[in-house]
Structures are given as C-alpha cells and as structure tokens.
Design a protein around this ligand. Structure first.
Ligand SMILES: [Zn+2]
Length: 100
C-alpha cells in the first residue's frame, strides 16, 4: 500500500504506527506528525509507556521456572481461590467509616 504519507487520516496513521515503531525509524519526522497534534501526543504516550516497560521488564525472556513457580503457588494455596473472607472485613471498615 503506497500513498501520500502526508495525507493520512489519524486512523490510517495509527494503523501503521506499530509497524513504524517496529522499524526503529525516527517516527517523529513522519509527515503526519508534522500536521497532527493528536498523533504527536499519542506517540509521546506510547514512547513513555515503552520506556517504562523496558525499565520494568529488562529481561526479554522470562525465566523458564517463573510460570511453574506461579502455578505451584496458586495450587498450593487454597485461600487464593476464596476471596470471600475479606469482604466482610471490608464491609465493616466501610460502615465504620460511614458512621462517623
Ligand atoms: Zn493524526
């Protein structure tokens, strides 16, 4: 699909955005961004999220035993499947707060 890149709609641009990010090109010089404040703001948000994700998940490949450990923890803890006991305490706390 070849078109005038400066004449894209926001929808068309955003459909290409993930692909553009994947190429590693400098998207900020994209013609659509020169004319569209909305998509500039969107890109800024995405870059902030991507930077945060890199900090939170610096390891590309999760450890192989990670899921095994999570599954084992769930299976070995029957309480994790029963959230009910905490609800009564929450109701008590709420009604106490409301009665003040
Ligand atoms: Zn736009």
């Amino acid at each position: 699909m070849i078109g005038d890149a400066s004449n894209l709609t926001c929808t068309e641009f955003q459909e290409q955005l993930s692909e553009l990010i994947g190429t590693g090109e400098d998207i900020s010089s994209h013609p659509h961004l020169q004319t569209c404040e909305l998509c500039r703001a969107l890109l800024a948000d995405l870059e902030t999220i991507a930077a945060a994700a890199r900090e939170l998940f610096p390891i590309a490949e999760p450890r192989e035993d990670l899921w095994d450990g999570i599954i084992a923890a769930i299976e070995n803890d029957p309480q994790s499947a029963k959230p009910e006991p905490g609800i009564g305490n929450l109701d008590d706390a709420l009604s106490e707060g409301l009665s003040i």
